[in-house]
Design a protein. Structure first.
Length: 238
């Protein structure tokens, strides 16, 4: 049955930062008798649609978990295929996003990535202008590794660690300068963060749904934003 499109959400204040776990691409393809890379292609293409939809709704930051440190354990053919798709996406789609006022940031370790992808990430970040809408790409990203790197950086800069506090660590994270996510959305049916933005998620609202990422559309987005709008955020209070 075809779902009727619901109007763009206007009530309430939108979250400043929405983060997504891009989950379910492989299962989406398998359920249709397609190779897994077809699902990854569809999932990567969906990033542009959701980014533009969020921008129209007044959200200023979006972060997407595109490739985790654990994803290196997947078959080499699949990993190489994902990287090829990302390079293609940077070539064909990212310039269009940037022309619409989207700035690109990379969160993760660039040194292990193929040179073509690392160069594309660097060039996109270096040529982004303004901060009307910041799209953060978590590629070769792991929350624990991020915290370890941040602590090492702070300890090195503080000559032994006597001036380490939460602010110092936050400033040393990959996401330095970006507000913590207000809302983390995980499609795909899993009920965990999977090593994603562990520090930043301290007070984020979590939203889990069974819809696979390639099928996550504007209707599902508005449902997530409505659920966020209906929650009472206490930031640790009773």
């Amino acid at each position: 049955m075809t779902r009727q499109k619901e109007p763009v959400r206007k009530e309430g204040n939108p979250p400043a930062h929405v983060a997504f776990v891009m989950d379910g691409n492989g299962r989406w393809a398998t359920s249709r008798g397609l190779p897994r890379l077809a699902g990854h292609r569809e999932g990567i293409a969906n990033v542009e649609k959701i980014a533009i939809a969020l921008k129209k709704r007044g959200v200023r930051y979006m972060t997407i978990y595109m490739f985790s440190t654990e994803n290196w354990k997947r078959p080499k053919e699949e990993v190489d295929g994902i990287f090829d798709l990302l390079v293609e996406w940077f070539r064909d789609t990212v310039p269009c996003l940037m022309a619409q006022g989207v700035s690109i940031r990379h969160y993760g370790k660039p040194d292990r990535l193929p040179s073509g992808l690392a160069e594309a990430l660097h060039e996109a970040a270096a040529t982004s202008r303004g901060d009307d809408f910041v799209l953060g790409l978590a590629i070769d990203y792991g929350g624990r590794a991020e915290i370890v790197d941040a602590i090492r950086s702070v300890v090195s800069a503080s000559h032994g660690g006597e001036h380490i506090d939460e602010s110092a660590i936050a400033d040393a994270l990959y996401t330095s300068g970006v507000p913590d996510p207000d809302l983390i959305v995980r499609p795909g049916g899993e009920l965990r963060l999977s090593n994603y933005m562990l520090w930043q998620a301290a007070y984020a609202e979590l939203y889990f749904i069974p819809v696979l990422w390639p099928d996550f559309d504007e209707l599902e987005l508005d449902r997530a934003l409505k659920a966020f709008d209906e929650r009472h955020r206490r930031f640790g209070g009773l």
